[in-house]
Design a protein around this ligand. Sequence first.
Ligand code: FES
Length: 568
Amino acid sequence: MADGLRKGLTAYGDSGFSLFLRKAFIKAMGYSDDALDRPIVGITNTHSDYNPCHGNAPQIIEAVKRGVMLAGAMPMVFPTISIAESFAHPTSMYLRNLMAMDTEEMIRAQPMDAVVVIGGCDKTLPAQVMAAVSADLPTVVIPVGPMVVGHHKGEVLGACTDCRRLWAKYRAGEIDDAEIEAVNGRLAPSVGTCMVMGTASTMACMIEAMGLSLPMSATIPAPHAERFRSAEASGRVAAAMAKAKGPRPSEILTPAAFRNAQVVLQAIGGSTNGLIHLTAIAGRVPHRIDLDDFDAIGRKVPVLVDLKPSGAHYMEHFHHAGGVPKLMAQLGDLIELDASTVTGATLREVVAQAEDVPGQDVIRSRDNPIRCEGGLAVLHGNLAPRGALIKHAAASPGLLQHTGRAVVFETLEDMARRIDDPDLDVAADDVLVLRNAGPKGAPGMPEAGYLPIPLKLARAGVKDMVRISDARMSGTAFGTIVLHITPESAEGGPLALVQTGDRIALDVAARRIDLLVDDAELTRRRTALPATTAIRPARGYAQLFHDAVLQADEGCDFDFLTAAGRRA
Ligand code: FES
């Protein structure tokens, strides 16, 4: 198969002419024949003025280029879509598959022998790995790295767990306008991704455990010099992979790699979004993530990393304590150590190099865990026939077994309109229900599952309530929150049948979420419902999204992008 600049020639019906033309045009950039004869490493550029999380991407790209050239290959930088969490309307999740398609097709379309994908803000790394897996070209992943922590009045702050905590205090009247403004300038003190164990950090840790990035690359803070040395080393590795034509993602992403990712997701108390993205990645290859297997892993794997939102520390502390290699060392036989990595080393060799940091209390040992079980649990029941998820590590222990009266919000708009109404009939032991917030219903499955505590209850000191929805939740959020109820209500899921005043029972130990209404009544309600309430857009990406997006238990990928392709 052709390589380097000869790869994937433009179709003019004369391959000699295609190469001649390609070289003539690229020489306009000043490249020599020597440069153009080298193996090519493509490097994605997701820098954007709309994406502060990727603010160090230009410096990372320079370091990768240096590494590629030091190893005798040719770096070629190309742009792809960039998605920043708080700048994406309606949600970043709505755009993840678009970014995955863009990245996959540009990897396929342009001549390169290996690719380095540089991302970090929540949906970017999943999109890039989904793309790389489908293109199956040798790939090195570089996370942009977490922000360093902020400080306010002697307290350490982290985006965005403390954004939510302090906003809740502001809503409750505990802090004033001047202080919330001061906090606003201190929550994100550097470029980089959120420095708690949110979705960005979760994905970076899982990707490192899957062997797709260099050891320690998940945790090095974004502004640190070490981040750029790691990028240079990644460039060297990518150049070696370009010359060797491997390993490819399909060779690295074995069932053991997917299992290791699930073990790490549980052990870090990771984001609920991590499971959706991992499911989407697995859907691109012949391996599947089974929700019940994931739950079984969670019953065996303890939470060992003490990070917000479920713990006390931040990503830079995790890094200085030894990062993912040290975590995998502590997990011991729960990790399949024969799994391989992009460097050619096995995880056994990575773990053997893990740093021992005396006195650190961020990465615990298995005999002294933060929690004996993993951070996430899968629920089933008549409300969630295909499953739902709860991050019980970040929930209130007293609410993990709770029966309460449903208070239903039809849509996000309905919730925004009524949640702070002083006349809202709601009590602290009620169960807040949000529907029409799933993949199709919203659309884009917004991170709206962290329903705010109704103002009158917040002001009375209520900090947590059971909240359930078909939405997602930011990995930085916390509370007794049941998410990803599948099938979603807009597609006829049982969540659509709940009425205000019904009783709902949550029992996390039994892994159940149930609507306590008899079957005859539920059947009667169902006959009065349309099959779908999701409106099909008239055109464009919105219509493609509506027609193709899968449910949460299938990773919300587009059906035609999975390994199996669109089903008849
Ligand atoms: Fe980009 Fe949190 S907003 S990672």
